[in-house]
Design a protein. Structure first.
Length: 167
């Protein structure tokens, strides 16, 4: 593996574990690889940047789906539907700025939101838990619409699980 490949591979690994805002890590990686006086001063081509952008999308996918996985509701890593919405919007902006497709991921996230709400409604209705939805009804509705889901097709009772709207 040559030096450039090694540096790119290292930065890809860092992006996969980059935390909650992966595009910040992307810009840090670009700076380190190409401009930072202490970096390798690489000339990055579009293919190199595309590899790193792919990892940003992969990281967003991980954190968005993490917050739509009912098994995570009581874990420290869970950030909730509100954060899912924020991350979905961040991902959309990143993809738009960089000309990346998000449609396949949109389908996956839409299915995950629907399944999450089915499980949440079932668990709360059965008294197994209190609601873990950390946003108000309009916010969740906006997420559904952003995912091209008709809110009327979501599981019955989801609105009652939301926080009261903020005034």
């Amino acid at each position: 593996m040559d030096d450039k490949e090694s540096y790119l591979a290292d930065e890809e690994l860092l992006l996969v574990d980059s935390g909650e805002i992966p595009e910040v890590a992307y810009h840090a990686a670009i700076y380190f690889l190409s401009t930072d006086p202490e970096g390798p001063s690489l000339a990055l081509n579009e293919a190199d940047r595309a590899r790193l952008k792919h990892q940003v999308v992969a990281r967003y996918r991980t954190i968005i789906l993490r917050d739509l996985d009912p098994r995570n509701r009581d874990k420290r890593i869970y950030r909730g539907v509100a954060r899912c919405k924020a991350n979905w919007e961040r991902l959309q902006k990143f993809c738009s700025r960089h000309g990346l497709p998000s449609e396949p991921l949109r389908h996956e996230v839409a299915r995950a939101l629907h399944a999450f709400l089915e499980q949440e409604v079932a668990d709360v209705t059965a008294g197994r838990r209190s609601s873990s939805i950390n946003c108000c009804h309009p916010t969740l509705r906006m997420l559904a619409k952003g995912l091209k889901l008709d809110p009327d097709t979501l599981p019955a009772g989801w609105q009652a699980l939301c926080l009261p709207p903020q005034e």
